[in-house]
Design a protein around this ligand. Structure first.
Ligand SMILES: Cc1ncc(COP(=O)(O)O)c(C=O)c1O
Length: 360
């Protein structure tokens, strides 16, 4: 068996310990005589799995009592619609457009009401996060929306916008559980789990009680109403059971290594290794503005399309895979999520040094 260093932006690496535990549980989950994949979502065993997963997530993020935790299907993209449908009661929301993902969410929101773009970094090819201190928000907006870590451009908010009484809604897909967060700063947090937490197919929504309305926009499908899922504890219909089980194992793994502060420390060390190399390199260059750099997604280029392509090709020979940049921007991107070991980043930097010597 050979494991590679997988720098994919998602689905992405999972901790090897978690995969081994899932492997051990595969045929007979805790004496049940079946796999979690074969188990009724109404069984006592699954009830324990989902309830434990929720509690562990609550412990990791210190989620206050007045927030609900939902494990849903439809990916983060479905939330681009579910959020306006459930929250746009005055039919008005402010969006900060800092990259492809917030742009998509903004476009979707326009289908349901007045979505205002209060700031955009598209003029700089989304290489930076707009200055949140310079912004004023509509006081009568239902919410202010951000994508807190833009996966494609490798930018992140190091400071959150002050939105007063207007709830802040954040897509945290590509930074979920990579560092501690103050949940009370937000009205709603959501993210697909396939980057930092588990297999594709689960999206986690953390929503404050007062935003769970019984009367969302009238056409909101029953299954997409937060109230439906809150009442059913995410079991309104069959949930993505196996995915939730793996998320639960990852939560335990995170607790085992010391929680989110310990995870953040590891992530900073890994990211610094790569950024320090990039900053002194005469061949490679990081594309995101320094102050807004992400700890999770690191896009970089050589300046030559041919050399970029050669780098991606030769990297495979060093067990460095999925390092190609997003098709919309080209170049390279190293996604160094929680489960990427430090050795993976070391191997990448070593190969970059070697490549630079050969091609400078
Ligand atoms: C920040 C962000 N938001 C949303 C999405 C879309 O997620 P999904 O494919 O789960 O709908 C992605 C996917 O890569 C993402 O990186």
């Amino acid at each position: 068996m050979k494991r590679v260093f997988n720098f994919s932006a998602g689905p992405a690496m999972l901790p090897e310990e978690v995969l081994r535990e899932a492997q051990a549980d595969m045929l007979d989950y805790k004496g049940s005589g079946m796999s979690v994949m074969e188990m009724s979502h109404r069984s006592a065993e699954f009830k324990e799995i989902i309830e434990t997963a929720e509690q562990d997530l609550r412990d990791l993020l210190s989620i206050p009592e007045n927030y609900q935790v939902l494990f849903l299907q439809g990916g983060a993209t479905q939330q681009f619609a579910a959020i306006p449908m459930n929250l746009m009661r005055k039919k008005k929301a402010d969006y900060i457009v800092s990259g492809s993902w917030s742009k998509k969410a903004f476009k979707e929101a326009k289908l349901y009401g007045e979505a205002n773009c209060v700031a955009s970094s598209e003029d700089g090819n989304f290489s930076y996060i707009p200055d949140v201190d310079a912004l004023t928000f509509n006081e009568d907006a239902d919410y202010v929306y951000i994508c807190q870590n833009e996966t494609i451009y490798g930018t992140t908010y190091h400071k959150l916008p002050e939105t007063g009484d207007v709830p802040l809604v954040a897509d945290v897909s590509s930074m979920f559980l990579s560092e501690p967060m103050d949940v009370s700063r937000y009205g709603l947090i959501f993210g697909g789990v396939q980057k930092n937490i588990g297999p594709a197919g689960v999206v986690i929504v953390i929503v404050r009680d007062d935003l769970v309305h019984d009367d969302p926009l009238p056409f909101t499908p029953t299954i997409m109403r937060y109230a439906t899922q809150v009442e059913a504890k995410s079991l309104s219909n069959t949930p993505p059971c196996y995915g939730i089980y793996i998320c639960g194992l990852v939560f335990k793994w995170l607790k085992g290594i010391g929680g989110l502060a310990a995870m953040q420390k590891r992530n900073i060390e890994k990211a610094n290794l790569l950024y320090d190399f990039l900053d002194q390199s005469e061949l490679f260059r990081a594309t995101a503005r320094k102050e807004d750099r992400s700890l999770m997604n690191v896009p970089f280029v050589t300046g030559s399309d041919e050399l970029d392509a050669l780098f991606v090709k030769e990297a495979k020979g060093h067990d460095i895979v999925s390092i190609k940049g997003h098709r919309s921007v080209g170049g390279m991107r190293a996604s160094i999520y929680n489960a990427m070991p430090r050795e993976g980043v070391e191997a990448l930097v070593a190969f970059m040094e070697e490549f630079e010597k050969a091609h400078r």
